[in-house]
Ligand binder design. Structure first.
Ligand SMILES: [Zn+2]
Length: 543
């Protein structure tokens, strides 16, 4: 099944000699193999700049891609540069600038198309529209529909015609976006079954566009042998659901791994830079993914001849990774890209590196803690939100806390590591008996889940899964009194299985961004005494 011919250049040459020698009457396009190179990345997540160890970054990536472009052009080859999506969210310098440097950098790199990833929906849809303009190339997804109109919300596919070859690139987005995305932003969107959408769309394109090749850029994840667990099905399921031979390749993302197969249906989990990489092959479809963050550029060299596409060589090319073989040369950073990105990096650093507060002890935000018990950081964030919303108590979830803060100077960068999602703050006003009912849904969320709730200015007892002895500000909850509490818009929209509050007459979206609320609170209350937020005895669990 896996046929590598690294000396394909030689075989092309010998074919040409045969052609020139005898078969001159044949139309050239029928006989001469056309070389097609697909370059790909995925799950960029804000990494426009190199990291502290000078790994990856778009400037070095440009040097590499420019080099390959020259090489391919010299051979009269066709080249497409594609992305499996998730450009947004992960690095404060990028997040703070709505990934403007990332999308403008992709434009300069010459990306031809990308799949919309779930994290493209971390911001309001107007931001994504803006990002589309910065990118200047198609952001594709065939399975996202507008609930109201029943029509596709984004461009489903793009045709590329070059040297007589017609290549269709279709886009697909994980249906899990509906579950894990911010309901405030995606509430009007419907994420339909990607495999079924692809089947219909490919059948349609075959009639209308008559492509020679069909490529899917997807953000759905690669799961060995289609075992996707609690995730919705990914690329392997997609490939198996198509008419054999109708989909040539999938350029994927979302599971953030190098797809390098050890044996059939089994990805190797010990891949290191420099090793050969065997992409997955399912039902006649190649499946490729280049880990994450621009650590690698995936390079697939095909030949196309008489309607047949054949993979000649595949590589994951590391971009200045620490653990790549010493024999692989370091890539210089491209000057043009550096001039584009440096001002963004400087603006970002300036905004993030400034001290906003002093702190005398560690604020606990580790995943293994905040999803299991009340912590000082959980309570501090809830306190900051409660104060900003003028509420009686504050509520946040463990899943919304992404890092700890160490004692010493706190910067905005530290805050954004804790709260990278840019959720807006909401509050709701309701009667005490209604609050009790709401707490019955929320305070009972299981530990070891992102939904696990943390509170400030509220104490309660959980006895056999039932909420009792609720006190707000030290006073017992009164059923007929009005209370106001603060929470992230994500949870008010029904995220993580919380009761939906957006339509509640007492609900208000403040429009304040969570990280900004926390930054302001820390600034105003500096120096921060970590012990003030210790959770002792606030939430008692009795079995
Ligand atoms: Zn993703």
């Amino acid at each position: 099944m896996f046929d590598f011919r690294p000396y394909f250049r030689a075989s092309v040459t010998s074919l040409l000699i045969i052609l020139l020698a005898g078969c001159a009457v044949e139309p050239q396009s029928q006989v001469q193999p056309q070389s097609v190179t697909i370059l790909h990345t995925n799950d960029h997540h804000g990494r426009f700049w190199r990291n502290e160890a000078a790994e990856y970054g778009m400037s070095a990536r440009k040097t590499l891609i420019d080099h390959i472009r020259k090489e391919v052009a010299a051979e009269n080859g066709i080249l497409l540069l594609l992305s499996g999506g998730d450009i947004n969210t992960g690095v404060p310098e990028s997040d703070l600038q709505q990934a403007e440097p990332d999308f403008k950098g992709m434009k300069l790199l010459g990306y031809d198309a990308m799949a919309l990833g779930n994290h493209e929906f971390d911001n309001p849809l107007t931001v994504l529209d803006k990002q589309h303009q910065w990118a200047g190339f198609p952001l594709l997804s065939a399975n996202i529909y507008d609930k109201q109109t029943g029509k596709r919300r984004y461009q489903p596919y793009q045709m590329f015609e070059t040297q007589g070859l017609r290549i269709a690139v279709i886009g697909l987005t994980t249906e899990d976006t509906a579950k894990i995305g911010n309901p405030e932003y995606i509430g009007k969107l419907e994420f339909r079954n990607a495999a079924a959408e692809a089947r219909n769309l490919i059948a349609e394109i075959e009639q209308t566009e008559k492509p020679d090749m069909v490529i899917a850029v997807t953000h759905m994840g690669h799961y060995d042998n289609a075992k996707s667990g609690i995730n919705t099905p990914g690329d392997v399921t997609l490939a198996r659901a198509q008419q054999p031979g109708s989909l040539d390749m999938i350029i994927g993302g979302h599971s953030q791994e190098p797809v390098c197969m050890e044996e059939e249906n089994q990805n190797r989990n010990d891949y290191v830079p420099g090793l050969p990489c065997q992409p997955d092959f399912q039902n006649g479809t190649w499946i490729m993914q280049a880990h994450e963050w621009g650590k690698y550029v995936g390079r697939a060299d095909f030949t196309y001849q008489n309607g047949e596409l054949e993979l000649q060589q595949y590589q994951l090319i590391p971009v200045n990774l620490r653990n790549q073989p010493a024999a692989m040369p370091r890539l210089q950073e491209d000057q043009q890209m550096l001039s584009l990105l440096r001002p963004f990096q400087q603006v970002g650093e300036k905004k993030l590196g400034i001290k906003i507060a002093d702190l005398n002890g560690r604020l606990e935000g580790d995943r293994n803690q905040v999803r299991f018990r009340q912590t000082n950081l959980g309570r501090l964030i809830a306190a900051a939100q409660m104060h900003r919303a003028n509420a009686d108590f504050g509520l946040i979830s463990g899943g919304g806390i992404r890092d700890s803060i160490e004692a010493g100077e706190i910067t905005y960068k530290d805050v954004l590591r804790v709260q990278p999602f840019g959720n807006t703050l909401g509050y709701v006003q309701m009667r005490g008996d209604e609050v009790l009912d709401y707490l019955g849904h929320v305070a009972t969320k299981p530990t070891d889940s992102g939904a696990y709730a943390q509170f400030y200015n509220l104490s309660l007892r959980l006895k056999n899964g039932k909420v009792e002895a609720v006190r707000i500000g030290g006073e017992p909850l009164q059923p007929d009194r009005q209370y106001r509490f603060s929470l992230a818009g994500f949870y008010a929209s029904g995220g993580d299985g919380y009761p939906r509050l957006l339509d509640h007459p007492g609900y208000v979206d403040t429009g304040f961004v969570d990280a900004d609320v926390l930054r302001a609170y820390l600034e105003q209350h500096s120096p921060i005494n970590a012990a003030d937020f210790a959770p002792a005895g606030k939430i008692e669990v009795v079995n």
